[in-house]
Design a protein around this ligand. Structure first.
Ligand code: NPW
Ligand code: K
Length: 500
């Protein structure tokens, strides 16, 4: 698991390290600048003629230190400072004094096209408002040049908290970020502006007890090993039983993908409750599942109650439609279910405006809305969510005691506690029909094997994205389809099994 921070949190960690631990600010800065110089070499930046563009804060001071190190190594480098002298931080003043002692060239109006490499040290985590005036003109000229661009800490103009472009922003080729990745480097469009991210250890201290309102985490490949080990003496019951209400008249694809993904993730058994018309298709495509069917007459409440009593995990929604029967099934499950419950797709649309009914549910509930559905069930507009994705997801999860998987290019997962997750696996090829049904199946499969709701959700979303990345590597982002994600799920679990 990787720790991610907001801009504000990073500033607190900087101050804590300097004031409480006693490491001088200039020492941190020296390490920061060294890591940028090292990355310039590792990434083979063309260092024939380098421009370091600096702001007046400590990001600018990092830049001046980088220029000094390049100069000392014999590189031809110019420093251009945007902003007034009286705005310099103490560190910036100091770095400029040192650079002057080295007789480094300072230029007033840099022309970006004249350089082979540009180091962007205009704004870091201290960016506080829209970028305009000379800053905007210079950043736009930089983006038009052919120079290779290295961003110091974060591309200038990107919000460290949301990844939004504040007015305009530097398009970097590589970003060296200090101590921890900033949330704004993960969320889009920030992630596209940062391109390749390298995280440098500069000696920042993370106190064991901090007062952060949010502890932001991001899963990594090694977290896949937290998928439960398979007991050699286990039987079908050991690996969990799922009751899934899915599909509607002649719509069987979503039910198939979800049920298949749950079984491929390792669930012991699944029973699908669906419309009579799907019988032939589903029993042919997935004979491994069990089924109960309903028709026009009634939703077969007895069969639902039997399924709910039998199952360890309940799922509702994929391809179910929003008609009266779907609503009756959902509300039967909400009234009678006693096991962890996953609500997806149409199940969520049926809940819009009535979220309080979930408060009575006696076991953990996971909801998996995409951003549009989240907006419908929470009343938060998509634009509002983009301004504060972490806070708004957490607030909603906390209000209704849910585990929320808010699906977007960077899915956010929260159970309302201070620990919140941003997912970084996956690709645009996964924006394909049925991909969400596969995710719901994976989450049910992990719940069935005993993971808690937040572990199943955070790990399952990462797992789904990792399988999607493998599918894209094989089929390409254009051509991959949801079934390919299930195939690759199996490949990942095969490797996981082989390590045991
Ligand atoms: N010792 C440390 O703390 C360490 C810090 N480190 C580095 O410091 C960075 C953080 O430094 P920081 O806090 O000084 O903020 P920074 O990002 O330079 O920007 C603030 C400046 O920008 C200005 N400004 C803001 N928005 C603006 C706008 N839209 N348009 C115009 N101006 C705008 C703002 O001006 P003001 O608001 O005061 O007018 C202020 O002058 C961090 O990212 C890392 O690189 C590392 O070296 C490790 C050790
Ligand atoms: K920067």
């Amino acid at each position: 698991m990787k720790q991610i921070v907001t801009g504000g949190q990073m500033k607190l960690l900087d101050s804590y390290t300097i004031e409480k631990m006693g490491i001088p600010s200039l020492v941190l800065m020296e390490r920061a600048a060294l890591s940028v110089c090292q990355a310039l070499r590792e990434e083979e930046f063309p260092l024939e003629k380098v421009l370091v563009l600096c702001g007046t804060g400590n990001n600018g001071a990092d830049g001046v230190a980088v220029a000094r190190m390049l100069h000392a190594a014999g590189v031809s480098v110019d420093i251009c400072i945007l902003g007034k002298k009286d705005h310099y931080t103490e560190e910036m003043r100091k770095q400029v004094d040192i650079a002057e002692n080295y007789h480094i060239s300072f230029v007033k109006n840099a022309v970006p096209v004249e350089y082979t490499t540009i180091v962007d040290a205009v704004f870091g985590v201290g960016l506080s408002r829209e970028v305009g005036g000379v800053y905007r003109d210079t950043i736009e000229a930089l983006n038009r040049s052919d120079a290779k661009v290295m961003a110091v800490d974060i591309p200038s103009g990107i919000s460290a908290d949301t990844g939004k472009v504040l007015g305009c922003a530097v398009k970097a080729d590589v970003t060296v970020t200090f101590a921890y990745e900033k949330a704004g480097l993960l969320f889009y469009p920030g992630a596209s502006y940062a391109r390749k991210i390298k995280t440098a250890d500069i000696g920042i201290y993370m106190p064991p007890q901090n007062d952060f309102e949010l502890s932001i985490q991001s899963c990594e490949d090694k977290d896949l090993f937290r998928i439960p080990v398979r007991k050699p003496d286990g039987n079908k019951g050991t690996f969990g039983k799922i009751f899934l209400a899915a599909g509607s008249r002649d719509i069987s694809g979503a039910a198939y993908l979800s049920a298949c993904a749950a079984l491929r993730t390792g669930a012991g058994m699944i029973k699908v409750h669906t419309r009579q018309e799907n019988r032939q298709a589903l029993t042919t495509m997935l004979p491994e599942a069990m089924y109960s069917f309903y028709d026009d007459e009634e939703i077969e409440k007895e069969q639902i109650l039997e399924g709910l009593a039998w199952a360890d995990v309940i799922g509702v929604g994929p391809g179910m439609g929003t008609g009266q029967q779907a609503e009756d099934i959902l509300y039967t499950i909400l009234a009678e279910g006693r096991k962890p419950l996953l609500i997806d797709a149409d199940g969520l649309n049926l809940l819009a405006g009535r979220m309080e009914v979930l408060a009575q549910y006696p076991a953990p509930v996971i909801v998996t809305p995409h951003l549009g559905e989240f907006s419908r069930i929470s009343g938060v507009s998509v634009e509002e969510w983009k301004e504060a994705p972490l806070y708004l997801t957490k607030r909603f999860a906390h209000k209704y005691h849910l585990t929320v998987v808010c699906k977007d290019s960077r899915t956010v997962i929260s159970d309302g506690s201070e620990e919140i997750f941003i997912n970084t696996s996956g690709n645009s090829g996964m924006a394909t029909a049925g991909s969400g049904d596969v995710l719901s199946g994976i989450l049910m499969g992990l719940l069935a094997q005993g993971l808690s709701a937040i572990d199943a959700a955070s790990l399952g979303v990462y797992f789904h994205g990792a399988a999607g990345d493998m599918a894209a590597a094989q089929k390409g982002e254009y051509s991959m389809i949801a079934g390919d994600i299930i195939t690759q799920t199996a490949e990942i679990l095969k490797k996981r099994g082989a390590v045991l």
